[in-house]
Ligand binder design. Structure first.
Ligand code: PAF
Length: 288
């Protein structure tokens, strides 16, 4: 496995392969790789000829009071996972190379990124959209894979690629969960053993909502309140938002008649968790 740190060297490597007709797959990450990343890397390995994983803790997507300095950076563990999974290039640009002096241009995010996470973390998605655009420019992949765990991010990236004609095929893969259902996340390492035991209640709340929709409940107000009741059963958990939304616009749906995504964010101690479930409404029985 090659380790490339310079953006110019990264682009030169990709351009050479593209000229030879090689399909390049890309998994952008901030490192601290877990089984969720591993499943993206494995899928990319199957779908593409050559595979690049980037490891870059992007400062512009962290708010001033967020965890940029303490964000986990287990580089040798990350490289070992990449080697095990047959990654061809681990791209590890420095912050100076990504944002050199004089850097000025940022991506303005679409409506889909201004609600939910966008309201709680106002600068987050502009940072994500800008760094993803830059990484695509440097890596020049044919295809990039993202996890459904960050549902709003995946919708944003699809909109970004479409609006800016970035020419990258975006693949979104299902969330990988711990045995009890907690969504895998690099930030789970911040949970104390006690918080870790309680954290799964966010997913349990979302599951309650999903079950209600599958069994015929269509009123989003009733579903939201049932999800909140489950989560509030765990007093250590503070809800940021619970939403029943359209899959592409992420606008709140008052009534669920087709597909919907249940989005949730909550805090336990100093750790913020997000999760989601995509669900289809029970189809009305047709009489013939
Ligand atoms: O999902 C992440 O890890 C990050 O938001 C990403 C896409 C690598 C951009 O920094």
């Amino acid at each position: 496995m090659k380790i490339i740190r310079s953006p110019a060297a990264m682009t030169a490597w990709s351009e050479r392969l593209r000229r030879e007709g090689v399909t390049i797959g890309f998994v952008p990450t901030m490192g601290a790789l877990h089984e969720g990343h591993r499943s993206l890397i494995r899928e990319a390995r199957l779908q593409c000829d050559a595979l690049v994983v980037s490891i870059f803790v992007n400062p512009t997507q962290f708010g001033p009071r967020e965890d940029l300095t303490k964000y986990p950076r287990p580089l040798s563990h990350d490289r070992a996972i990449c080697r095990q999974e047959g990654v061809d290039v681990c791209f590890e640009p420095t912050a100076e190379a990504m944002y050199p002096e004089g850097f000025q241009t940022t991506v303005t995010v679409p409506a889909v990124a201004r609600r939910w996470e966008g309201e709680v973390r106002p600068h987050h998605f502009a940072g994500v959209a800008t760094v993803v655009t830059k990484l695509f420019g440097m890596v020049r992949p044919h295809r990039a894979l993202f996890g459904q765990k960050d549902f709003q991010q995946s919708v944003l990236v699809q909109q970004l690629v479409k609006d800016l004609n970035l020419g990258v095929d975006i693949v979104v893969r299902p969330t990988v969960r711990e045995q009890d259902g907690l969504a895998m996340s690099s930030r789970n390492v911040y949970l104390s053993p006690d918080e870790r035991g309680r954290a799964v209640v966010l997913y349990k709340g979302l599951q309650t909502g999903a079950k209600m929709i599958r069994t015929g409940e269509t009123d989003a107000r009733i579903i939201r309140s049932a999800m909140a009741q489950v989560i509030k059963g765990e007093p250590a958990m503070a809800i940021d938002y619970l939403a029943v939304c359209d899959l592409t616009t992420l606008e709140s749906l008052p009534t669920i008649t087709g597909k919907a995504v249940l989005l949730g964010a909550a805090r336990i101690g100093s750790v913020r968790l997000i999760d989601n479930i995509v669900v289809s409404a029970k189809q009305a029985r047709r009489n013939f």
